[in-house]
Write a protein that binds this ligand. Structure first.
Ligand code: AMP
Length: 424
């Protein structure tokens, strides 16, 4: 397992339940993965050292959590050495690694997405915004851990985003080219599939919460909570997502001679004119992976191995609802604090229908400390979304660390939509 976050703890948790597992290693993992796997001190992007390790230890199968090693060519290097790895190649990972590539790919293959323009010159970008008007969305071309997208309601905000990304280069080269696109309105949905060439299998639907603060206020983050299933994705919507998006992506990849094997995440806005793609990710979402994997029954490792080999597989989905609340450090996402002791974890681990995934944590002398912005994921199962939500938030009350903060409205939009539909 390659990666350190909550998503990787959730994947490792699921893989570790497989009777096929003889040993599970996590590079480099966190305090949570250390309980179910052996953490090894190799950075996820140190591809050569990882491949050396996999060869030396005779690792049979590697699963990659985050985008950075995929975009840096981990899969290509492993495959060159005859190592089995689940994830897309560097070329296929461009769907996430470059927003410009992704947008132009969608344009070439008739995949619904927001109207857009690409800029390398900040002055041209400013002039465009003046003509086009607001709201608009300014997106850094390269990888930015969810921090490269600015939704601008005013012209001033757009000018600031252009200045920050293109002139001051706050994200380095990732922001030297930007996409400026039309603002879309609607509900967001995450649609994730297992993809191998022209075979695909959808995972349960979910909804992420990208903004830092309640009511979708504050800056974009990597994600502050998620739940599954997503009530906004009804049967017709799902059909549209499959036919107009997923199947066109597969066809497009084929036409361009790009072989894709791995998870493909489609971030969507469900607009009144149908679903439109906000972004592609070439891996599971974090935190969507957590509630989503909690709904898969059966042997996930076997499923992945079979799918990797090109066999037909099916998924056994738990009908219960799941919800995940992210506990973050003071200063996240700009400058998160580190090294605060975390209290109350044992109490949460004892609770029924709750799973605690670690993200930015580390263990020192038997104590657990924060390390990074998103620290813990408190996740719950419930008969419905409401119950999952109540359980997760009740469990959160047990946990404390200096500067801890979290959103209090995860799942609320979904619950409202369900009660409205029932006519309450
Ligand atoms: P992305 O990384 O492109 O998915 O963007 C991160 C978040 O920014 C999304 O989850 C949306 O909340 C928001 N966003 C991105 N693009 C748009 C758009 N065209 N219209 C409205 N909101 C957007």
């Amino acid at each position: 397992m390659v990666g350190n976050g909550g998503r990787e703890h959730a994947i490792a948790w699921k893989l570790s339940q497989s009777p096929l597992i003889k040993a599970l290693y996590c590079a480099k993992g966190n305090a949570g993965t250390s309980r179910i796997a052996r953490n090894i001190p190799i950075e996820p992007t140190d591809i050569k050292t990882l491949a050396d390790f996999a060869q030396r230890e005779g690792i049979d199968f590697t699963v990659v959590g985050p985008e950075a090693p995929l975009c840096a060519g981990l899969v290509d290097e492993f495959e060159r050495r005859g190592l089995k790895v689940f994830g897309p190649s560097q070329r296929a990972s461009m769907l996430e690694g470059s927003k410009v590539f992704a947008k132009e790919f969608m344009q070439r293959h008739g995949i619904p997405t927001a109207e857009f323009h690409v800029f390398e010159d900040p002055q041209k970008a400013r002039n465009f915004v003046k003509d086009f008007g607001v709201p608009v969305v300014v997106k850094a071309d390269g990888l930015a851990s969810g921090k490269g997208v600015v939704v601008c309601k005013s012209q001033e905000e757009a000018m600031q985003a252009i200045e920050r990304l293109m002139v001051r280069k706050s994200l380095g080269e990732a922001g030297s080219r930007v996409v400026i696109e039309e603002y879309l309105e609607g509900e967001e949905a995450s649609y994730i599939v297992l993809l191998n060439g022209d075979r695909y299998l959808p995972l349960p639907t979910s909804q992420d919460h990208k903004r830092l603060l309640d009511g979708d206020m504050g800056p974009n983050t990597g994600g502050m909570g998620a739940y599954s299933p997503n009530p906004f994705v009804d049967e017709d919507t799902e059909k549209a997502i499959r036919e107009q998006i997923v199947e066109r992506v597969i066809e497009g990849l084929k036409r361009e001679g790009i072989y894709y094997r791995g998870f493909l995440y489609v971030g969507l806005m469900l607009t009144h004119r149908g679903p439109k793609v906000l972004e592609f990710n070439v891996r599971l979402g974090d935190p969507e992976a957590q509630p989503l994997l909690m709904r898969l029954r059966g042997d996930f490792l076997q499923t992945l191995l079979d799918f990797y080999e090109g066999k037909d597989i099916s998924l056994d989905i738990d009908p219960r609802h799941t919800l995940c609340v992210v506990l973050a450090s003071k200063g996240y996402p700009e400058k998160p604090e580190d090294g605060k002791e975390i209290l109350g974890l044992e109490e949460v681990e004892k609770l029924e229908d709750i799973v605690l995934f670690h993200a930015g944590t580390e263990e020192r002398n038997g104590k657990i400390y924060t390390r990074g912005g998103r620290v813990l994921n408190v996740c719950a199962w419930g008969r419905d979304l409401q119950e999952a939500r109540e359980r997760a938030y009740k469990a959160v009350e047990n946990i404390k660390f200096d500067g801890m903060h979290y959103r209090r409205d995860i799942g609320l939009r979904g619950i409202r939509s369900l009660t409205e539909r029932k006519g309450f």
